[in-house]
Ligand binder design. Structure first.
Ligand code: AMP
Length: 276
């Protein structure tokens, strides 16, 4: 595995005439890798022959300074996991490599989607996501990009970014990888203590129950909210929406999704389920 910290050296390597035949599959991450990330890598390896992973904790997408400061970092462990997974290239930049002094932030037109759910609770979050991905996509010029359905709203935002910036890559959205109790894997899960990590499986139970009973969504939702209150789990949102717009479903809605964000044990968790 080749490890690059320098953007210009990475670019020179990837776009060297000898590399032109390669189909680049790119998996952007913030590190603290878990089996969910590795499942993305596996997809990337199936669909491309040069796998590139980035590990960069992007400061511009954090609205909470404490969350940024406490974001888990396990660089050595991550490198071991990437070696095991036989990844070809790891890009591990410092912030100054991504945002040099002369960097001027662009404003991305994302529509209402950047202001609802995660965007309402974390203003500017999706602008920050677009900033870093615009830079990484331009630098790496991947043919295929692999991201997780766990961050459903992020996937929709990235689709818009790809379209608006005329990137030619294909975006593959990979299914949510879960712990044994159903909790969606996340780097933040390691901040939960053992009891809360076990308890957190209830979010998926809730999503499955609501998806099975979507005709009685409002009534069931109230029951779940009351239950969560009792369990000291505070819900930021729990909504049944159109899977493409994340707006209220209409008669033209083809696919629906239930989104949840909740805090327990001081950790904010997000998850979702598609409704048939
Ligand atoms: P992150 O490191 O949290 O920025 O995540 C990097 C990529 O991994 C994103 O595309 C996430 O959606 C994806 N991802 C995170 N958790 C999971 C999971 N449990 N299953 C599948 N993909 C995931």
């Amino acid at each position: 595995m080749q490890i690059f910290q320098s953007a210009s050296l990475l670019s020179a390597y990837l776009h060297h005439p000898h590399q032109q035949k390669h189909q680049i599959g790119f998996v952007p991450t913030m590190g603290a890798l878990h089996a969910g990330h590795l499942s993305l890598l596996q997809e990337a390896k199936k669909k491309s022959n040069k796998t590139v992973v980035s590990i960069f904790i992007n400061p511009t997408q954090f609205t909470d300074a404490k969350d940024f400061l406490h974001y888990p970092q396990h660089t050595h462990r991550d490198i071991e996991a990437l070696l095991q997974a036989e990844v070809d290239v790891l890009f591990l930049p410092q912030a100054s490599e991504i945002y040099p002094q002369n960097y001027r932030a662009k404003k991305y037109e994302l529509g209402n989607i950047e202001h609802i759910f995660e965007g309402e609770i974390r203003p500017q979050h999706f602008q920050g996501v677009c900033q870093v991905l615009d830079i990484l996509f331009s630098l790496i010029q991947p043919h295929e990009v692999f991201m997780g359905q766990k961050d459903a709203q992020q996937c929709l935002v990235v689709k818009r970014l790809i379209k608006s910036q005329n990137f030619s890559m294909r975006l593959h959205i990979c299914e949510i990888y879960r712990e044994e109790n159903g909790l969606a894997m996340s780097s933040r899960n390691e901040r939960l203590d053992t009891i809360d990590r076990q308890r957190a499986g209830i979010l998926y139970e809730c999503l499955k129950d609501l998806a099975e009973n979507k005709k009685h969504f409002d009534e069931k939702k109230q029951q779940w909210i009351a239950y969560f209150q009792k369990e000291n789990i505070s819900v930021d949102y729990l909504s049944l929406v159109d899977a493409h717009s994340l707006e209220k479903p209409t008669i033209t809605t083809e696919k629906k999704i239930i989104l949840i964000a909740a805090r327990l044990g001081g950790v904010r968790l997000i998850d979702n389920i598609e409704c048939k």
